[in-house]
Design a protein. Structure first.
Length: 293
């Protein structure tokens, strides 16, 4: 009888493992469009709501031939603006940026595109002894096709009857070290970017790493867009993502929209994976934001 019980337990265990494996495979090969409505007092009375798409953490992944599935989903949203939050490529020795480049170069044909780096682009840029001129060539190629890069810079974009101030923050690579967290203040961000826009424009901050969200909020952005965490790899209902790339458990912001007073935080679960190719209850996503007053 004990042998029967043991066999039954093992069978159930194997079935659970198989089901989890199938779900991980499914989630790492499909994406969804996550839509949010965001209001800002600075957009009060706007004649037409604005559609902004946010892409993050593709990591060279390809959905369909030449990413045609992802491109079609982007076109279907009819965006006014595409914002890229970094990590389109993989900053690993021997890796290529070809797939990321081939994808991103298609986007300016849809609408204006603004690109802020993640830690992978930053790593490739800073470590030329390993990667050579890969980042310079990547950036130059995409700029020639209409992509606007922000490296601790801001740009004012006129959409319809309102302006948006888009700010791209690039913190030092040391702010991504595993099992550590640097001190980042709103003053540090002001030194890198200046102050947010005044009342005449809605300020959107592209800040790849959500670990420093308190500083971003204190700095004063109206909308903060982050990624980096890949949703925490595995998500637990009611708790969110489990672990960050830096090794911290249950981060406050891991893959959702959160209102903080008059400010809004959106953390993308990302579109791809790298190294540890695991996602569970954590489908990759393309973020579609409808902005209004």
């Amino acid at each position: 009888m004990d042998h029967v019980k043991t066999g039954a337990v093992l069978l159930v265990l194997l079935l659970v493992i198989a089901a989890v494996a199938v779900e991980i495979y499914r989630e790492t090969h499909h994406f969804r469009v996550t839509r949010y409505d965001v209001s800002s007092k600075k957009l009060s009375g706007i004649k037409r709501k604005l559609k902004v798409l946010f892409l993050s953490d593709l990591h060279n992944y390809v959905y369909g031939k030449e990413n045609d599935c992802l491109i079609q989903s982007i076109k279907d949203e009819k965006p006014d603006l595409i914002l890229i939050g970094g990590d389109m490529l993989v900053g690993k020795e021997g890796a290529s940026c070809d797939k990321a480049r081939e994808f991103v170069e298609q986007l300016p044909g849809i609408c204006p595109v603004i690109y802020a780096n993640g830690n992978h682009e930053h790593r490739v840029k800073e470590n030329t002894e390993i990667y050579g001129e890969m980042y310079r060539d990547y950036k130059l190629f995409l700029e020639k096709r209409g992509v606007h890069f922000l490296e601790n810079e801001s740009i004012r974009v006129e959409l319809g009857d309102r302006d948006l101030m888009i700010c791209g923050l690039e913190l030092p690579l040391s702010s991504y070290r595993k099992f550590s967290k640097e001190s980042v203040t709103s003053g540090d961000i002001t030194e890198l970017l200046g102050r947010p826009a005044a009342e005449d424009a809605c300020t959107i901050l592209l800040a790849h790493n959500p670990a420093y969200m308190d500083a971003y909020l204190e700095w004063g952005a109206d909308l903060i867009l982050s990624g980096h965490l890949h949703g925490g790899l595995v998500r637990v209902p009611g708790l969110g993502g489990i672990v960050t790339p830096q090794g911290f458990l249950f981060p406050k912001y891991s893959g959702e929209m959160t209102k903080e007073g008059d400010q809004t935080v959106i953390v993308s679960r990302g579109l791809g994976t790298h190294t540890l190719n695991i996602r569970l209850f954590n489908t990759p996503e393309l973020i579609s934001v409808q902005l209004g007053g």
